[in-house]
Design a protein around this ligand. Structure first.
Ligand code: ZN
Length: 487
């Protein structure tokens, strides 16, 4: 098998992928913060690193894939100021913070399942690793790269930068950053403007708090990934991934934390997916273009002309290289929907092709090789998909009797097509879901039956209909005028 090359953000070049201890590969990807519904911004890293995981497994590696859940310590802004988002949501909705975290974690899992994103091998929660994080802070303090201040502990970026280079990953220099920033106003507990919190003192009334040698508080956001990657993958592991928005300061701080304690960075390769824009604009709540995945799948956002199935969204994401920006628009999604249906129709059509013993080779192997060459080139999925459309043309010619194929080659073609489309790109048939022409009246009929059951006080039947629909992923919401449903 040919070599796999991946772009390492740290070296700013494509490097041949060589695991530290083959056939094992340690992969750590920064997971979601769970204080809101999963949105478009979650879909891209999830699909990108799902492709990496699938392709590494395809190449025979045994991947330990760790993707965390950030359920504590993620504050309002990068300067470590503001309120904990989960605690705020909990207070707002009168819930236990862990209820908020669990609710949105479930919602994230459900969306990932619909996108056919494989689950990680380990999914650690930041709140379940407070002891490990406190231990790491002690090590950083012992190494002399942190200081305690008024019940909080901060990483001393200035001292670290003097010994190592802070900004290695993002290509920044502390000197430039300082030159472009206003001086501290004297109100802060920090010594330097770029020092970041390892431990924050909990203010009175702060719900999520744990005892520590420095008093009651909670860990800083950057710490959890260093602590959990080291715990499950070791102090040195293969790949660390995440969105480009996490490059600075999050990943830069992770590198500083690992280097401060072990003398070296945790990850060998750093991979970052680029961002999603919507009609050319950055996605943001204030811009009115913040689209959740559920809104996308049901078409219930004002910017959407229609519903887009999870596989359409997945296919659309794969049509761009993960390091390019990706612009969402109705036109682009509709084009993806058409392309996907052509591809899936062709894969299904393979089964109807009748082989001929007299056929000359059509070069199915060459086509497959081109697909793998594209994947080996830093997971170049747009080129791989272009190869698949050559395959679609060939299949259609075979199906229409313009081209002939031997039984052996047909067998090879079928296996290769399934492998490329289903196993590696992770696409799957959505006929049942996408045929809303049939689903809607069927669900409507069941809801009518449920209303009738309720009218005759047959609660068992009414609940059974609701629960069985829920098991199929259909949520029922009772309203004044009856019931609404969503997939
Ligand atoms: Zn992280």
């Amino acid at each position: 098998m040919k070599d796999l090359y991946i772009y390492n953000t740290l070296s700013r070049s494509k490097e041949r992928f060589e695991p530290l201890a083959p056939p094992h590969v340690g992969l750590y990807v920064c997971g979601p913060t769970v204080y809101g519904y999963p949105h478009l911004g979650h879909a891209r890293p999830a699909v990108t690193f799902d492709i990496l995981l699938r392709y590494l497994r395809e190449r025979g590696y045994k991947v330990r894939y760790v993707r965390n859940i950030t359920d504590v310590g993620h504050l309002e802004n990068d300067a470590d100021e503001g309120e904990d988002k989960i605690a705020r949501k909990a207070a707002l909705e009168q819930l236990e913070p862990m209820e908020v975290a669990q609710y949105y974690t479930n919602s994230y899992h459900h969306a990932m399942e619909r996108l056919n994103v494989l689950p990680p091998s380990i999914e650690p929660r930041a709140s379940g690793h407070i002891i490990e994080q406190i231990e790491l802070i002690k090590q950083i303090l012992a190494a002399g790269y942190a200081y305690e201040s008024n019940g909080s502990v901060y990483f001393d970026v200035g001292k670290y930068d003097a010994a190592h280079h802070y900004g290695r990953l993002s290509g920044r220099s502390l000197e430039d950053m300082r030159a472009n920033t206003r001086a501290l106003d004297g109100q802060s507990d920090k010594r330097g403007a770029f020092d970041f919190a390892l431990w924050k003192k909990a203010a009175t009334g702060h719900i999520m708090r744990w005892p520590s040698p420095w008093g009651d508080g909670f860990p800083g956001w950057h710490l959890e990934c260093s602590a959990m990657s080291a715990k499950y993958l070791g102090e040195r592991f293969d790949i660390h991934g995440g969105g480009l928005d996490l490059l600075f300061p999050h990943h830069e701080c992770e590198i500083a934390q690992s280097t401060a304690t072990c003398g070296h960075d945790g990850a060998h390769y750093w991979m970052h997916n680029n961002m999603i824009t919507i009609n050319g604009q950055k996605m943001g709540k204030s811009l009115g273009n913040f689209i959740t995945l559920d809104e996308l799948f049901t078409g219930s956002h004002p910017l959407l002309a229609q519903a887009y199935s999870p596989m359409t969204v997945r296919f659309f994401i794969l049509q761009a290289h993960y390091r390019s920006t990706l612009d969402f628009s109705n036109e682009a999604l509709q084009a993806a929907e058409k392309g996907l249906s052509r591809l899936m129709a062709a894969v299904t059509a393979i089964d109807k092709i009748v082989p001929s013993d007299a056929a000359t080779p059509i070069g199915a192997g060459k086509l497959t090789e081109r697909f793998y060459t594209a994947m080996n080139d830093d997971l170049n999925t747009p080129v791989a998909i272009a190869v698949l459309f050559d395959l679609v043309r060939t299949i259609n010619q075979l199906a229409e009797g313009q081209l002939f194929i031997s039984p052996d080659e047909l067998d090879e073609l079928r296996r290769a097509a399934h492998r490329m489309v289903f196993d590696i790109l992770g696409l799957r048939s959505e006929e049942i879901v996408s045929d809303s022409g049939l689903v809607a009246p069927l669900v409507g009929m069941l809801l009518e039956m449920r209303t009738e059951a309720k009218a005759r006080k047959d609660w068992a039947a009414s609940d059974s209909i609701r629960d069985r629909l829920a098991a199929l992923g259909i949520t029922i919401k009772d309203t004044k005028d009856g019931a609404e449903w969503s997939l």
